[in-house]
Write a protein of this length. Structure first.
Ligand SMILES: Cc1cc2nc3c(=O)[nH]c(=O)nc-3n(C[C@H](O)[C@H](O)[C@H](O)COP(=O)(O)O)c2cc1C
Length: 171
């Protein structure tokens, strides 16, 4: 499948089956992350935290639901969640790098028929809560940048999304 077709196929999935993601597919998703472009090639300023054990996913989701008083499941019951942590900087590079890492992972997942959804909001909840932050054992100079939830989509063969495009000007 060509890259543009995979991009068009990818869409945020928020309902997953209980089927687990294989180790082989997890490794491909991680390889995609490792091959993302990073500003100034600062790969050593980021860390990925992989959560795919049921007990740990349950523990963190319960904590998040409690602390953030969420009405929806924080990971939409995905069976794999990958958090991206990075060293805090004043620049906007952090967010750009994180976006590149996440999009790479989501595109490979899409090619493998694995659903995914970008999770930004919960990263703010984690960073603002000592107890949640301690779950990751994060060093003081690191913060959670964002996360992605993955799983096998409950609904198969979803129609492609019609996207509105982005205002484009030729200068
Ligand atoms: C930077 C960023 C942050 C996002 N944060 C969240 C989030 O916290 N929760 C969520 O359900 N979706 C989140 N999304 C998913 C967007 O809502 C989704 O990508 C958008 O509605 C377009 O839909 P699509 O992904 O199906 O194309 C985020 C997406 C991006 C790019």
């Amino acid at each position: 499948m060509k890259s543009l077709e995979i991009m068009k196929k990818r869409q945020s999935i928020r309902q997953f089956s209980k089927e687990l993601i294989s180790k082989e597919h997890l490794n491909l998703i991680l390889e995609a992350a490792y091959n993302a472009p990073i500003g100034r090639a600062a790969y050593d300023q980021y860390k990925l935290y992989v959560l795919n054990e049921k007990d740990k996913l349950n523990k963190l989701s319960t904590m998040l639901i409690e602390k953030a008083q969420l009405t929806k499941h924080p990971f939409f019951e995905g069976t794999l969640v990958i958090f991206i942590a990075g060293i805090k900087t004043e620049e906007r590079l952090n967010g750009c790098d994180t976006g590149c890492i996440i999009e790479n992972m989501m595109l490979v997942a899409s090619e493998l028929n694995i659903g995914s959804c970008f999770l930004y909001r919960i990263s703010q909840t984690i960073n603002n809560n000592k107890e949640l932050k301690s779950f990751f054992n994060l060093e003081e100079n690191y913060q959670i940048m964002s996360a992605v939830t993955f799983g096998h989509p409950l609904e198969k063969n979803l129609p492609l999304k019609i996207r509105p495009g982005i205002k484009t000007k030729y200068l």
